[in-house]
Write a new protein. Structure first.
Lengths: 543, 565
């Protein structure tokens, strides 16, 4: 039986792709593996390692130009090439009995030939993320809700048998991915995956492969019984009595989400732990520690500067920009880079925080006293012990209710402006700091020039105050807003180019009274309290 | 001014010295013995980096000793110590780059056998240790390593030469090592090398490999490129830590460890989780066994054990049945230790679990065959488990509560146990010898007594304080664990009796030792305050619960009085 397989990744996943090739060679020797490498071949990997693959295709080999590549971040890029990859794989392997797409972080444990039997007469085989309903609330939240959001079928696996339906499907899928393979859940898109939800409805010859031994992954361990018959033999793993064919190690690596999810849903299973351990050893052997740190080639301009997400989206939304700058990676004169620098300076000088710095800034920006005083229901709930403290309330409820974490963070204002910037981060998953608006501001908003209150401009604030710029650069100041909240406003510094503190205080007696009676944080604090910024009203008693 | 020479000593003829002094004339001086044994010195102009790495200037020698600090005193026994130190390096073969008497360990601890009149301190580490930074004052350099650098035309700035050699060594898989036997006296201060020129030099040498980052250093973080003083540790720092660990690993024997787990097999989902963690944490070459020590009925224990062997075929499981009339924690503990067969022994409760990186970290603590008493951190998690209709258990919630750092042993003598029993990884021979010296006549708080017993061992092996986590402790509020039991009287009773045995007539340590240890503890308030701080939340919770119980009791009595009236 001839099985033609392809996978797609950037260099940071190359160790995993090499492990996939190794597993195939060992356990399903009739199969060939083609790599779509959306990156350059890393210097740290011996070029002879490429011999593990039947072929290595770049996006250019599949007919994509740099303007198209630029529109995609690395995850989008690696998935967007899959459509044309399938078409080409079918063209170049006309005699194959089975075509498979496997994610690079899949490992093969046994001969894949039974997949043909599983498909029967079908030509398009889709593998669902889960095969049985969850029984716990955490399972519903973490798994079922995530599946409905990201797509019913996991496109880490796709099985195709030769036939007219398969060809039509491949052409359709490639056409959609050419134009709309983005992580934009508000637009109903999640890379290549959500598209395939349509396949059973619009194509004949589709079969949902509800077999337990394919695409075993941390998100579907619940309900599967994984065992190892013989220690030391990777072919002896079974899943609910079936020989394990493929295991999907999504999230293995620096983030370690695979292990964490496994520890929730299958905490007491030695076989699963052994599978995970052996896989990490294999990818380590292929240089995972170094390769995982390799920045993707197409994620930065040709001067090495990372491409801001908003710059990418801007280019995507405007065909005139695409026409004007056919190679948007260039940074010389008259390039897209220089256009951005001139016309979107905030984007190019965006502030990006490391996670530890963002955590520190979060603490500095969450004003417990303000929060409880501004939201009496929160105060009461904390007082009665329903929530551990104000922060707990904010994380669990407050952020979603647009409760403001400090005086200069207007949640409604921020949410409206940040809604096009990875807002899905706020909407799914368990309650955590990472799901709050304040965290979103620190990790997404700041980097995209979105501020949480009218008139405040972080970049301007730093530029205008040289002492603060130095403090920020050497890490003594976490974020401009934290400085402004705790010091700058009291010192009557201007928050941005549109507000003059001195003039405001001289012109508005109520503001002066508020400042003199220490009921406002300087001139801008009074301005805010008097309801002059969008999203805030003049509070009773302010004058 | 640099002078190079060798010494007329049969065991040290392969050593070339580079000494920075204005003059080597020590006639009539206490260093006369050393300098009278040297060959005629050669004077060099230029920097040490230039002299060492220029193939046209330097000769090839198996070992090079550089002495940059002129206040180092070459006492009459220096050459004997040097010879012994070099002999000990032979265990590393060619896998070392530099050796130092003053460095920074992977744990961030300064390890030193230099006695400086300006900053005097006792040497605390008596075994060889891998280091991540070295002092520039005196350094022993592997000559073959220098030859390889010369052959590759590698150059370093003189301002950062010693650190550069260490880092380059790790990049090449060579370990930098602290040798306690290299002890030297010094009349002046240590040479602090940090500064812009050193940072620039390191950036030029390693910026490409290590990026903009900060590495741990003896005089504060060593920064490369654009890393600012407040830059958080970057990915490259982790990468460097991996490089260091990788180089060290070659010189550590395979880990041989027995985990003793007391269990009654009555919470299988937790025991399975523990065994899963052991399966997951194994690294190649480790010989880890789990001794399940129990006092339930023999037949039931054997059935449970057979089922577990099927579920966990990858790990070496042993069953120890302790036939007793009544359940005994200490009985199961001692029984488990007696059944253990590996070089090290540690304890993991059946509801806790082993950290993913733990075995690798323990193995690294046995560098060059050292058999230390390893102390590691334990992290307490408050957990909530939910069982599903199909009978499976899911970890619905887990919140990290607090950490017991391994340094807690330093303030163990103030009457409060600072470490859980699963913080220790003990050489089995030491443990068994110590157990023979004491009779455990009681049951609860046996962990504290065991730790005190070990720490007062006159033949205590070196203590390796490893800051990473060994065991994650599960605390389940309102569920089946002893941490949250409210009635602590049995614990207080047993600990009192235990301490009476330990401090009374027993011969495990003389009264002077206890006074000494107690005295040390009184000097150091901070750890105790730390502990109080750590436990404050628990104390408050406990008091709230007590208040709640009392309130309920008052209400009940009031109702009773009302009814009587």
């Amino acid at each position: 039986m001839r099985i033609a397989i392809y996978t797609s990744c950037a260099a940071n996943y190359l160790a995993k792709a090499l492990a996939l090739a190794e597993g195939l060679k060992r356990n399903s020797p009739g199969a060939t593996l083609t790599l779509c490498l959306c990156d350059c071949w890393p210097a740290s990997v011996d070029p002879s390692a490429a011999e593990a693959f039947a072929a290595v295709w770049s996006p250019e080999d599949l007919g994509f130009d740099k303007g198209w590549i630029f529109q995609h971040n690395v995850m989008e890029l690696c998935t967007a090439v899959k459509g044309r990859g399938l078409v080409r794989l079918m063209q170049e392997n006309p005699d194959a009995d089975l075509y498979l797409y496997l994610d690079p972080d899949v490992y093969v444990y046994n001969d894949l030939a039974p997949i043909v039997d599983y498909m029967g007469e079908a030509e398009i085989g889709l593998v669902p993320h889960i095969l049985s309903p969850e029984e716990s609330d955490i399972g519903v939240q973490l798994t079922e809700m995530s599946v409905t959001e990201h797509g019913i079928y996991n496109l880490g696996h796709l099985a195709i048998r030769p036939g007219e339906n398969a060809r039509r499907f491949a052409a359709w899928w490639a056409a959609r991915l050419d134009r709309y393979c983005f992580d934009d859940k508000e637009a109903g898109l999640f890379t290549d995956q959500r598209w395939v939800d349509l396949a059973p409805a619009i194509f004949d010859g589709v079969k949902v492969l509800r077999v337990p031994n394919l695409d075993v992954a941390s998100w579907n361990l619940f309900g599967r019984e994984i065992r190892q018959k013989k220690a030391g033999n990777e072919r002896s793993f079974t899943v609910s009595g079936w020989p394990l064919l493929t295991y999907h190690f999504s999230g293995t690596g620096p983030t370690g989400t695979h292990r964490r999810v496994r520890e929730i849903f299958d905490p007491g299973n030695g076989a699963t732990a052994e599978i995970e351990r052996l896989y990490e050893q294999r990818i380590a052997k292929h240089g995972q520690a170094y390769l995982s740190r390799t920045p993707p080639l197409w994620d930065s301009f040709d001067n090495g500067k990372p491409i801001p997400a908003e710059a990418r989206k801007l280019y995507r939304r405007h065909p005139d920009l695409q026409n004007a700058f056919s190679d948007p990676y260039l940074t010389e004169n008259d390039s897209y880079y220089s256009w951005l620098t001139q016309n979107r300076p905030a984007l190019m000088s965006a502030i990006r925080l490391s996670p530890p710095r963002a955590r520190q800034a979060f603490q500095e920006l969450f004003d417990e006293q303000f929060y409880l005083a501004s939201h009496p229901d929160a105060s009461e709930a904390v007082g009665t012990g329903k929530f551990a403290n104000a922060l707990d309330h904010y994380i669990r409820i407050g952020s979603r209710l647009n409760y403001d974490p400090n005086e200069f963070f207007v949640s409604t204002y921020y949410r409206e402006r940040a809604k096009h910037h990875d807002s899905y981060l706020l909407e799914s998953g368990r309650y955590s700091i990472e799901r709050t608006l304040l965290w979103h501001y620190l990790t997404v908003g700041l980097a995209n020039g979105v501020e949480p209150i009218e008139f405040f401009d972080s970049n301007w604030y730093l530029r205008e105050h040289a002492d603060l710029e130095v403090a920020f650069r050497i890490g003594q100041l976490t974020v401009p807003l934290a400085h402004y909240l705790h010091f700058g406003a009291h010192e009557n510094r201007n928050p941005g180019p549109g507000f003059n503190a001195t003039r405001y205080l001289s012109d508005v007696p109520e503001a002066r009274r508020l400042v003199e009676s220490r009921r406002a944080r300087g001139a801008f604090g009074a301005f805010v309290r008097l309801g002059n910024v969008e999203g805030r009203v003049n509070a009773p008693g302010n004058g | 001014m640099w002078h190079s020479f060798s010494v007329r000593n049969p065991g040290l003829s392969r050593v070339l010295f580079f000494v920075s002094r204005t003059s080597l004339d020590a006639t009539g001086d206490l260093e006369y013995g050393f300098f009278s044994a040297t060959t005629a010195p050669v004077r060099h102009t230029g920097s040490l980096a230039g002299i060492l790495l220029d193939p046209a200037v330097a000769e090839s020698f198996p070992v090079i000793v550089t002495v940059r600090n002129p206040s180092i005193v070459f006492d009459g026994e220096f050459l004997d110590r040097l010879k012994a130190a070099l002999d000990s390096l032979e265990a590393l073969g060619d896998g070392w780059s530099v050796a130092t008497p003053h460095g920074l360990s992977r744990n961030g601890e300064v390890v030193s056998s230099v006695y400086s009149a300006v900053s005097p301190a006792l040497p605390t580490m008596r075994s060889a240790q891998p280091v991540v930074d070295v002092a520039a004052d005196l350094l022993v350099i592997n000559g073959a390593f220098i030859d390889a650098l010369r052959a590759g035309h590698v150059t370093f700035a003189d301002a950062c030469l010693e650190q550069a050699l260490l880092i380059r060594g790790y990049l090449d898989g060579r370990v930098g090592v602290f040798l306690p036997g290299l002890a030297v006296p010094m009349t002046g201060p240590f040479l602090a090398w940090a500064g812009p020129s050193a940072s620039d030099g390191l950036d030029a040498a390693f910026g490409k490999a290590l990026g903009d980052d900060a590495l741990p250093g003896l005089f504060g973080p060593v920064r490369f490129g654009k890393a600012s003083p407040a830059s958080p540790p970057g990915a490259n720092q982790a990468y460097f830590a991996d490089l260091v660990a990788g180089a060290i690993r070659h010189h550590c024997p395979p880990l041989s460890l027995s985990l003793v787990t007391r269990t009654r097999f009555n919470r299988p989902h937790l025991l399975n989780r523990m065994l899963t963690s052991v399966t997951r944490s194994r690294v190649d070459g480790t010989a880890v066994e789990v001794v399940l020590s129990t006092d339930i009925a023999t037949r039931e224990a054997q059935e449970q054990f057979r089922a577990l062997k099927k579920l966990f075929p990858s790990i070496d499981l042993r069953l120890q049945i302790n036939e007793r009339h009544e359940h005994s924690r200490i009985g199961n503990l001692l029984g488990g230790i007696a059944a253990a067969t590996r070089d090290f022994v540690a304890f993991v409760d059946d509801d806790d679990y082993v950290d993913l990186a733990a075995f690798g970290e323990i193995a690294l603590a046995t560098f060059m065959g050292t058999q230390p008493l390893v102390l590691m951190a334990n992290v307490v998690h408050e957990e909530e488990w939910s069982s599903t209709p199909s009978g499976r258990y899911v970890l619905a919630r887990s919140t990290t509560k607090h950490t017991y750092p391994p340094g807690g042993w330093r303030s163990m003598f103030n009457g409060v146990n600072q470490l859980p029993i699963s913080a220790m990884i003990m050489p089995r021979a030491t443990l068994q010898r110590r157990l023979e010296a004491f009779e455990f006549r009681h049951d609860l708080s046996e962990d504290y007594i065991l730790i005190l017993l070990l720490l007062t061992d006159p033949a205590l092996p070196p203590i390796a304080e490893v800051p990473s986590t060994f065991v994650h402790i599960s605390s389940r509020v309102g569920q089946d664990n002893t941490i949250t039991m409210t009635d602590r009287r049995p614990w207080v009773q047993d600990i009192t009796c235990f301490l009476a045995d330990l401090l009374g007539d027993s011969a495990v340590a003389g009264p002077g030792v206890w006074q000494f240890l107690r005295g040390l503890t009184e000097q150091s308030r901070t750890p105790r305050e730390d502990l109080v701080q750590r436990n404050l939340q628990e104390v408050v919770l406990r008091q709230r619960r007590d208040i709640g119980l009392l309130t309920r009791e008052i209400r009940r009595l009031t109702d009773l009085l009302g009814a009587q009236e």
